[in-house]
Every structure is written in C-alpha cells, then in structure tokens.
Write a protein that binds this ligand. Structure first.
Ligand code: G6P
Length: 607
C-alpha cells in the first residue's frame, strides 16, 4: 500500500524524503516519485518504476527546502512511470494513499471543464480538482479542504503548490501523521519514516486537514474549525523487532494482533465499499472472471486457506479447493485457466509454495494472487495480484499474527470476489465491513482472557497427547490449535472435525487425553454439544472455548472459557487467539524454547 513522506525545513529535504521512502518500503510498492520546489520556487518532479534506489539515483545532487514523496502500490492503472505519483495539475503536485471511490464521476466533470488526464489513476482527479477550486478559492488550504468534501473513500494526501511555502495534507481512512521538527515540519504515513528527523509526532484523525509550514502546523476539521491534536513523543525504535516488555517474540506477536489487524485492514478503515483494486490494478477483471479458487500454502498459512474455503463457497458461491503446496506441485491436477490461484505465505519465500505457483503458471493458470507478509518476496513477485498483510516482522517460528492477518486479507478477498460476481448486496457489504473494522477491538477483548488460559496450561504440562475438535469454519482453527501445541510444547496433538470423533479418535479418549473444543455459538453448536457428550461419557477431560452466549454448561470434567459474543463469519479470527495463548503457556510450563522450537525453521526455503 502506498507510502507518503512530506517535508518543509531549513535544510535540503530531498535526502529526508528518500530516507523516508526507504523506511516505508515494507508497505510494498512498485514505483516511486517525488516533487519539490526548486530555488526559483517552480515545481520539479522525478518518478521511476521499481526501487527507491533508482529514484535516489535520479535525485542525486538535487536540493530543495520543500517536497513530497511517494511509493505507489498500483490500484488504478498498471505500475508505470506515467501512473507513478506525484500527479500534477499546472504548478500543483499531489501524492495520495488510498482509493477515491467516486473518481470516475469527478474525472468526467473535470474533463468537461477541459482538464487533460495523463494517467489512469484515481489520484489525478485530486490534483485537477484542487487546481480547479484554486481558481475560485485562491488559497491552497481552503481549496484542499473543499476538494476533500467531494471525495468518497479512504485517502491520505499531501499537496504542494508553486510559489507557496507550505504543504497541505489531509486524511480520511488511510494513516497520516505530522512530525514536528526543530528545523522544520514533516508528514508521513508512518512514524518510522520520520524518526530520522524527529520523535515528536501528531497523529491526524479522520477528516483532519493540516497545513505544514516551516515553523508551525495548524489543523482544521472538514467544516473549517480549528482543532489541536496532542504531540506524542514516539518511543519507536528504529528496530521494530525489539522484545520490549515481553518474555518471548511469540507472546509479543500474539499481543500485537489488534494492531496488526488494524494495519492490514487500513484500506477499509474509512471506506464505505470494498474496492477489488486493493489486490492490484487487474483485480476487478480477474475476480469477475474467476470460476473457482485454488488456494496453495503450507503450515499455518494452509490453515488460513482452509477457513477461506468456507467463506468463499458460502459468500461467493464458487468452488474453492485448498491444497498443501508440496502435494500440488507434483500432482497431475486438473488445470483450469479460469481458476484464481491464491498463494498464502507469511514469508513469501517458502520453496514449496513458490514452486506450486510456478507449476500452476506453467500449466496455464495465470490468474494468480499472493497473500503475503513480505512486500518484495519471491511469491509476491511471481503473482499477478498481491495483498500484503501488514503484520510486521514475525520472529517466533510458531506463526500467530501472520495467521490472523491472513484471515483478514482472505475475508477482504471473499468480499471483493463476491462483489465482482454480483453476490454481495449493499447492506451485506456494509455489515461485513463494519464487522471487519471492529475486529481489532474484538481481538483485544479475547486477549484479556490470558490469565484464565494460563491457569489451564498447568493441566497440560504432563500430558503426552491432546485432541482438538471443531466444526465448520472452526475445524481449521482446531487444526491450527493442534499445530501450535505440537510446534512449541512437543505434545502430540491432533485435530478432528468433531463429527468424525466417533469414527476413530474416540477410542483414544480417557483421563489422560485432554480434549480441547472450539465451540462458537453457530448453527453447529447443538451438534458439537452431542460430540462433547461422547467425550464426557468416556471420562475425557474437556476444555471448551465457548462464546459468551453459547450456553455450554460447566460440570465435572468440563472446563469452560467464554469468549465475548459470537462474531459471525469472522469468529475463527477470535477463536484462534486463545489456542495460541494456550500453547504458549503450556510451552512456558514445559520450559521449551518457545521462539525457536527444535527442528523447525521460520522460513523454509528448501523442499
Ligand atoms: C514454516 C513455519 C510455519 C509456517 C510455514 C509456511 O513451517 O515454521 O510457521 O506456517 O513454514 O510458511 P509461510 O512463510 O509460507 O507462511
């Protein structure tokens, strides 16, 4: 997703802008650009497809006191120099992160007024609209304020204008903050881009419009009323992977999930509709064409794919299969060029997943999408479309925040596919987007259950085996829970679809075999309760994660932890969290090497 840096200072800001873009590289991008005012106050622009380093080469020797810069992740229009930001209208330049959903209507209007568009982006309407408004409102700040009133969608923008010693920025939905420096003032998508010049940050709120001058900043609300926002001293270290107060990276990463989800869902934060372009410029066309979906992945990523199968078949109504990449790559499966191939990978470098995507392409399947946590990874580069989960670096070998952010990405994919295939009503779209927006808060509430889960962990420490049960889209969550437990506590754990219990694993149940059940309050709850009775009747110890409204009673041998109320389609994202915490605490009790379990690697780049 695009990144923005803006600077106005008593120094040459070109190196600051470039260093800021380097720090935003993690967001993923395909082209970069910057605009600055030269000594005679005229506008200059540099753009390049590819790495920030190429832009830096072009910018060598350039100097300016004022400029805006951008890394672009193509949504409207392919990655190319003409589509790269900044976009210009006469002496005015704009960089933008997000999507202006009603750009087509504004573009038509501006074309009618004689504006000539030179790119395929939605962003260019911002430049021309502000320029147009400047004719009747000859004040850049006011013109930007009036322009933002026209935009529907999520955006963060920064604007400069020839002859003016100021930068105007605005945000709605996409992130943007101000950096208050000693020699000037700055703005960026993310604090990491500005730590090079200041630690004093002002986080803008949705609807804020700010004017940055060299010695001051001011902020107004959409109605023009002035507002002040607190200045925060950033405690971010340049190295975002320090442990801080946590004992292990895994624990830290479990607790980072609300923020990781919020970052991943950034593009729908202020948006009223789901835009397929968040998956890439060609996504609308490919999603409309897809007759089926094939998901390829390994390990934890495979489990997120299994959840998505339930979602896609239910909401989009097209077949979805999920296959372990190491199997698919050597199998003579039936290939289908109208199938959307989705590769899910935290690292983007897993050899089997990469080989599976290449194999699919060799067999004529070119509709490929990567859902990945690493922007410039091999799998992202291999695929036609991409969605970056924004989990941040994941260090613990047992994947946690990568998993839940993959689920968030897959939920967006499900909605985008459903929309492109005419299966999503406006009301359902709103409801699903609202649920997604509240997901970080809902996960935060589940994290508060840690003390109860920690108490359970003692019961598992001397066990050698455990069974995990789930049904429906929580069956893959049971699988993920079992994987977590075996990875870091070395307890043999297996997951079963609860309905399968009587076909074999019930024979194993006795007092020494704890049975962990994921019991959300959904249409399968009554059936699950019968399955649990089967365990209880054989003297098994049951550990049930129920929803607050599940009405699963506690009794002898039946231990219950209640999550908040049932969370519908997104419930798997909540239910995996206690299972992550359980395996973490069992591993603590057992004293294993939590972050580096024996025999396992974080990124498996060999077969
Ligand atoms: C390894 C890791 C797992 C991960 C799997 C797939 O086994 O230990 O945590 O789920 O690889 O990795 P990927 O990076 O492709 O998601």
């Amino acid at each position: 997703m695009c990144g923005i840096v803006a600077a106005l200072a008593k120094r040459n800001v070109v190196p600051v802008l470039l260093e800021g873009l380097n720090k935003l590289e993690y967001r993923g991008y395909d082209s970069a650009g910057l605009a600055y005012l030269t000594e005679d106050n005229s506008l200059a622009r540099l753009r390049s497809v590819g790495r920030v380093a190429e832009l830096a080469a072009q910018a060598a020797g350039k100097g300016a006191a004022q400029g805006i810069a951008h890394t672009r992740w193509a949504t409207h229009g392919v990655p190319s120099e003409r589509n790269a930001h900044p976009h210009i209208s006469a002496g005015l330049a704009v960089v933008h992160n997000g999507i202006i959903e009603n750009y087509a209507e504004i573009k038509q209007e501006l074309t009618g007024l004689g504006y000539v568009f030179t790119s395929d982006t939605d962003t260019e309407v911002i430049a021309h609209l502000v320029h147009h408004l400047l004719q009747s409102t000859p004040d850049l700040f006011e013109a930007v304020r009036k322009a933002t009133a026209r935009f529907i969608g999520a955006y963060a923008i920064a604007v400069i204008h020839e002859g003016e010693q100021r930068i105007v920025v605005a945000r709605h939905g996409a992130p943007l903050l101000l950096g208050i420096g000693t020699d000037g003032n700055y703005a960026a998508s993310d604090a990491s881009a500005l730590l090079q010049v200041t630690r004093k940050m002002v986080y803008l709120e949705d609807g804020d419009i700010a004017e940055i001058r060299q010695d001051q900043v001011r902020i107004v609300r959409p109605d023009g009323s002035a507002v002040t926002r607190p200045v925060h001293e950033s405690s971010l270290s340049a190295d975002a992977v320090e442990l801080g107060n946590f004992r292990h990276y895994m624990q830290k990463e479990i607790f980072e999930q609300p923020q990781a989800l919020a970052n991943t869902l950034e593009m729908v934060g202020g948006s009223q509709t789901i835009q397929p372009q968040i998956f890439g410029a060609d996504a609308s066309a490919l999603f409309a064409r897809a007759k089926s979906v094939l998901i390829l992945a390994c390990g934890t990523s495979f489990h997120s794919g299994l959840v998505a199968r339930y979602w896609i078949e239910q909401l989009v109504g097209i077949p979805c299969s999920v296959e372990v990449a190491s199997e698919y790559r050597y199998r003579m499966s039936v290939h289908d060029p109208e199938q959307l191939v989705v590769a899910i990978s935290q690292s983007g470098e897993t050899a089997d997943t990469l080989a599976a995507v290449r194999y699919a392409k060799e067999r004529g399947q070119h509709m490929t999408l990567a859902i990945c946590n690493v922007a410039e990874s091999a799998i992202v580069r291999e695929c036609a479309l991409r969605f970056l989960t924004r989990a941040g670096p994941e260090i613990g070998v047992a994947s946690t925040k990568a998993f839940t952010t993959q689920l968030a990405g897959l939920a967006l994919l499900t909605l985008a596919l459903a929309k492109q295939q005419g299966k999503l009503s406006v009301q359902d779209e709103q409801n699903h987007l609202n649920a997604l927006r509240h997901l970080p808060v809902a996960v935060q509430k589940v994290l508060a259950l840690e003390p109860e889960i920690e108490a359970w962990a003692q019961h598992f420490a001397n066990k050698h085996h455990a069974l995990f049960l789930g049904r429906g889209h929580h069956y893959p969550i049971a699988m993920e829970g079992a994987l977590k437990l075996k990875e870091i506590s070395y307890i043999h754990a297996e997951a079963y679809a609860a309905g399968e219990l009587k076909h074999g694993p019930l024979a194993l149940v006795d007092r020494d075999m704890p049975v962990i059940s994921v019991a959300p309050n959904d249409m399968l709850l009554e059936k699950l309760k019968s399955n649990l009775q089967e365990v209880k009747a054989r003297g098994g110890q049951l550990y049930v994660f129920a929803d607050g409204d599940s009405e699963v009673p506690e009794s002898e041998g039946v231990h219950i932890i209640r999550l908040p109320e049932h969370y519908g389609l997104l419930s798997p994202v909540l239910h995996v969290v206690p299972l992550q915490l359980l395996s973490y605490h069992v591993a603590l009790v057992k004293g294993t090497d939590v972050d580096k379990p024996r025999n396992l690697a974080k990124s498996v780049t060999v077969e």
